[in-house]
Design a protein around this ligand. Structure first.
Ligand SMILES: [Mn+2]
Length: 344
């Protein structure tokens, strides 16, 4: 079980992936196409695929399962890279969690979030992610947008305060993951800019705990440039985590292999991350397609990792002085040609 290593790279060189990456192949139009592998049994599969950092939701590894999960992680030489409360799977969160119009649901969401902070620490992960999931609306005026925003501010402040008080300097940091739509028609925190604005409205003492987890597919669904989204996070000092995959135009969320759809953009992304000396985990948020057989379920990880290794190595060789020259003479077509030459 050789670990995939991205090198030379500052900080963490192992790859991250979620247990949900190896699902049974459900989609909104049909049930599973493969037998469901119990979540804890996916840990050895991730190890076998060369992964170093495991990610999971609270509905996948619950507080009760944490001791068993820790044992397995240790046994297979893995670490917990990220943990995240699911604010979308349970039917009670049908209308969102922190932004639900039902105050009982909002209270339950906060309880789940605080427990997830404890599980994150217990599992040894340094990052907890909040994906905006069902925080949003399908019908106009279904929610008061200003109230929803205030509820998110109050909710994240409460989470930050709890973590800071209980864990001090050992507190995990929180990375908010934007997405423009799906499962809701319109989602709050739809893009990186919205997340950064929300963070700017949190208690200033807690703001250092909050950052962004940009995902390739989510930016592309919104028609936004993922490289710029990542650069914006870096500029703000808020790139706390990263979810890499690819997306075939602005359709439903596809979670395809990293490096597959837009390799030139992904090469540029590697250049940006290298120049920023980014130390965090390079993590995949991909989904084994329902057409893949059970025995091939990890192909999506193999393909993503091979693409990342190739692109990272090619990005290291991109001549930064040439980029600077092309910029100064504004020869952008030539710059595009140079990058393509580096890639192909
Ligand atoms: Mn994601």
């Amino acid at each position: 079980m050789n670990k995939i290593v991205i090198s030379p790279k500052k900080g963490k060189q192992g790859i991250g992936a979620g247990v949900w990456n190896l699902g049974p192949g459900r989609d909104p139009f049909g049930g599973p196409t493969r037998a469901e592998i119990p979540v804890l049994d996916r840990i050895p599969l991730l190890a076998k695929a060369g992964i170093t950092y495991v990610e999971a939701h609270d509905v996948e590894i619950s507080m009760r399962d944490v001791p068993r999960a820790k044992k397995l992680l240790k046994q297979y030489g893995l670490k917990m890279g990220m943990y995240t409360p699911s604010f979308f799977a349970d039917p009670i969160f049908k209308d969102g969690a922190m932004t639900s119009n039902d105050s009982n649901v909002r209270r339950q969401a906060l309880r789940n979030a605080l427990q997830a902070v404890d599980a994150t620490v217990e599992l040894g992960a340094e990052v907890m992610v909040f994906w905006n999931g069902r925080e949003g609306f399908d019908f106009m005026l279904a929610k008061n947008g200003r109230d929803s925003f205030r509820r998110m501010v109050d909710g994240f402040n409460a989470v930050g305060e709890y973590a800071k008080k209980k864990y001090g300097k050992k507190s995990p940091v929180f990375a908010l993951e934007p997405k423009p739509n799906e499962p809701r028609a319109n989602m709050y925190l739809g893009n990186v800019g919205e997340v950064l604005y929300l963070i700017s409205r949190l208690d200033p003492a807690l703001q250092p705990l909050f950052g962004v987890n940009p995902e390739t597919a989510h930016s592309r669904m919104a028609g936004l440039d993922y490289v710029w989204d990542v650069e914006l996070c870096l500029e703000a000092g808020k790139l706390f985590h990263i979810h890499l995959n690819s997306q075939d135009t602005t359709r439903y969320d596809q979670d395809m292999p990293f490096g597959y759809m837009e390799p030139l953009k992904d090469l540029a992304l590697c250049v940006v991350l290298q120049d920023a000396k980014w130390e965090g985990i390079l993590a995949f948020d991909v989904k084994a397609p329902r057409t893949d057989r059970q025995e091939d379920i990890a192909d999506i990880l193999h393909t993503s990792a091979a693409n990342l290794q190739r692109l990272w190595a090619k990005a290291l060789k991109v001549d930064r002085r040439k980029i600077a020259e092309f910029r100064s003479t504004q020869q952008y077509t030539a710059l595009g040609g140079y990058l393509a030459k580096c890639l192909y």
